[in-house]
Design a protein around this ligand. Sequence first.
Ligand code: CA
Length: 228
Amino acid sequence: MKKTILIIEDEQKIARFLQLELEHEGYAVKVAYDGLKGYEMACEPDIDLVILDLMLPGLSGIEVCRRLRKVSQVPVIMLTAKDDVSDKVMGLDMGADDYLTKPFAIEELLARIRVALKRSLPKTKPEENVLSVGLLTLNPGTRVVKYDGHPVELSKTEFDLLEYLLKNKNIVLTRDRLLEGVWGYQYGGNTNITDVYIKYLRDKIDNRFHVSIIETVRGVGYRIADEQ
Ligand code: CA
């Protein structure tokens, strides 16, 4: 999907030039010519990055940045006409991610944009949250489970149960706790349902790959432990 960049710049020639260059690079571009309008547009969820001029009518670039940071973590690259260190420092203090001093080479801006967009990728990349024990991996983002690279097909409840066990690795979980954590309710009576699903999981993982990943702790419950 195209990334959308908002340019907040009152000098129309510069704004137009930037717009054409960015569109040429394949970005969708929006433009605001004063600070107030720019702030409003920057708060919209479709904006992936803001290029913010410092000297603006309405609201200064610093003020736009300060207000924006209260509601959004969208990357901001500041543009400043002057080579004024205090402005830059203030801008960065207000939460700008980067700055460029005018005049700048467009290639420099494009490179900074790429870096800022990359940095702002969601912090929770699926592969960073992968849960594992031994050769078994579970990816909560993609809901893919593998043993030694072999896909393991699980039903939703089986997946949720395995995820819960892995999230609480090395902890013995009682049947009541499993019910509450996986099925999401206090189950007053028969807790056999946990035993049934543990058996399903064992059939699909332990028995299939000849391992014992899910441990029964007699009289208490179940556990997945690092040391088998
Ligand atoms: Ca300006």
